[in-house]
Design a binder for this molecule. Structure first.
Ligand code: N01
Length: 491
């Protein structure tokens, strides 16, 4: 197919789309990657204990099943190796331009093409631009007064300093999200002291992880239907039980109490009753992402480990100080404080028709038709864009729906006489209005917590990240690209 495609980012989304395009006969595909290796978050997040918290047979491409996952929840090195293997097998690695950060892209309406600019000042043109930058790729550093004046070492969980041995050190770990609950059990046994700073607690269920025995792996290889069945089982669990609880009030009332009881049972592993009370959320289950861990709570019982819930007011040269006046001496601060989840493509600057700036178009929060297309930005698609995150399930499933949609767009553009396609403003507005209405009834909007899903801006709240339905619902909604949704310009 004579359409050229530029993909920015080589994580699960960029690699997967490149494979799907190549397999479909689109040969002119270039993937731009600012780092020196592929893998996105699975390249960057190398902190101790980093592993998937969605079961791996579902958290992998359906077109590249992996019978060799060593455990139900694969560790980060295995996932990264899997991505590298997939890219190499499909000849994608050679299509990636490593160490090339795209800083800006401008649409030329006369030519119907995008011009991409790199940080090194080079230019590259392509008919189609795909942002595959992820929602969780830019680390968020908290704006705590004094942090820059801390005398010890500070690093973010996604930029782990492996040269800094934590043995015997006094560590302050800020945050108790998905990353923190994986880090704590790994470092708590070796640190001299570990203070964990919690703002709002999370609901944490048990992680039913297990290593697959040798016979099971051999069977998986012999009978490919087995990993498929495993995939389907996990998919059904998410779709039939967990997702309805998040998106529907009725299911929430019926089911949530059971899952809360399971989390409370997990919490009983913490021996100290006062600590247990501080770990119990007072908002609805699912409002923040429900975490899974069987070893975070037991790690809090270890000597030298303390949960601190008084808010940090400043960081002095010697460590964080909290609102109760206590100074917490530390030589290392680990920021497990999450990601800038509302920026989507930033800092890349995207300029569409008539000089329209994507940052301006999104000044009230990011929005895109089906999370994929933005009016005024023709031949531009997002993967894992606004409102396509799932509160429970596998983002890889959502991505595969998007690959199929982008492929249809590329096919439409390959037809003679089509210069560009631009999603209609009214179609986007209508989709956005309905999405926001549906989100209002979900636990993320109504559950009484703050989370990385919801953008808070001067009293205004907008859920820019989550899809208000099921993975299957999204697949059906994106299955067929309707040309009538687009303004198609000939030329
Ligand atoms: O980040 P988070 P994460 N002062 O945003 C706290 C994915 N993921 O890196 O909850 C003090 O969840 C913040 O407090 P609060 C997954 O989708 C996947 O852990 O806002 N504290 C919170 O406790 C996940 O949801 C895997 O009150 C501050 C923590 O920092 C997403 O990534 C593994 C603060 C941030 O938690 C993000 O997870 C890991 C401040 N100024 C992550 N600012 C898989 O296994 C923030 N916090 C697939």
């Amino acid at each position: 197919m004579g359409v050229s495609v530029a993909i920015v980012g080589s994580g699960f989304s960029g690699i997967g789309l490149a494979i799907r395009l190549r397999t479909a006969g689109v040969t002119d595909v270039t993937v731009f990657e600012r780092a020196g290796d592929l893998g996105g978050v699975w390249r960057d997040n190398t902190y101790p204990g980093a592993a998937c918290d969605a079961p791996s047979h579902l958290y992998s491409y359906s077109f590249e099943p992996n019978p060799d996952w060593s455990r139900r929840f694969a560790p980060q090195p295995e996932i990264l190796a899997y991505l590298r293997r997939c890219a190499a097998k499909h000849g994608i690695t050679d299509d990636i331009r490593f160490g090339t950060e795209i800083t800006g892209a401008e649409f030329d309406a006369a030519a119907g093409r995008w011009t991409l600019r790199t940080a090194a000042g080079e230019e590259h043109t392509a008919d189609v631009l795909v942002a595959a930058c992820g929602q969780l790729s830019d680390p968020s550093r908290p704006a705590i007064p004094g942090l820059d004046g801390f005398a010890g070492r500070v690093f973010h969980s996604a930029e782990w300093d492996h040269g800094h041995d934590l043995t015997g050190r006094d560590v302050a770990l800020i945050g108790t999200g998905a990353s923190a609950v994986q880090i704590v059990p790994e470092i708590a046994p070796v640190t001299g002291s570990l203070r964990i700073f919690q703002r709002e607690p999370h609901w944490i269920g048990q992680k039913w992880d297990r290593e697959y025995p040798g016979w099971r792996l051999r069977l998986n290889r012999r009978l490919p239907v087995l990993p498929k069945l495993s995939r389907f089982g996990v998919f059904a669990w998410f779709e039939l039980l967990l997702n309805p609880m998040l998106v529907s009030r009725r299911f929430r009332t019926a089911l949530s109490a059971h899952v809360r009881a399971m989390c409370r049972t997990n919490l009983r592993r913490v021996r100290d009753a006062a600590t247990r009370r501080r770990l119990l959320p007072d908002y609805e289950l699912g409002c923040k992402r429900v975490l899974v861990s069987s070893d975070f709570y037991p790690a809090l019982n270890l000597p030298g480990v303390e949960l601190v819930t008084s808010p940090i007011t400043e960081v002095t040269a010697d460590g964080p100080r909290t609102a109760d006046g206590r100074l917490h001496p530390a030589d290392t601060i680990v920021l497990a404080t999450g990601f800038r989840s509302h920026d989507f493509v930033a800092p890349m600057r995207v300029t569409g028709l008539d000089g329209r700036d994507l940052g301006d178009a999104w000044k009230d929060g990011a929005r895109a038709y089906l999370g994929l297309a933005v009016a005024g930005f023709p031949n531009f698609f997002l993967l894992y864009g606004p409102n396509t995150n799932v509160g429970s399930g596998s983002i890889v499933h959502m991505l595969e729906s998007q690959f199929a949609y982008v492929l249809q767009a590329v096919r439409a553009l390959a037809q003679d006489g089509v210069r560009y396609m631009d999603v209609r403003e009214d179609v986007l507005d209508d989709f956005d209005r309905r999405t926001m209405e549906r989100l209002d009834g979900t636990v993320w909007n109504a559950g009484g917590c703050e989370s990385w899903y919801v953008l808070e801006d001067g009293g205004r709240r907008r859920n820019t990240n989550n899809w208000p339905g099921s993975m299957l619902g999204y697949r059906l909604r994106t299955r067929r690209l309707d040309r009538a949704d687009f303004r198609i310009t000939a030329g």
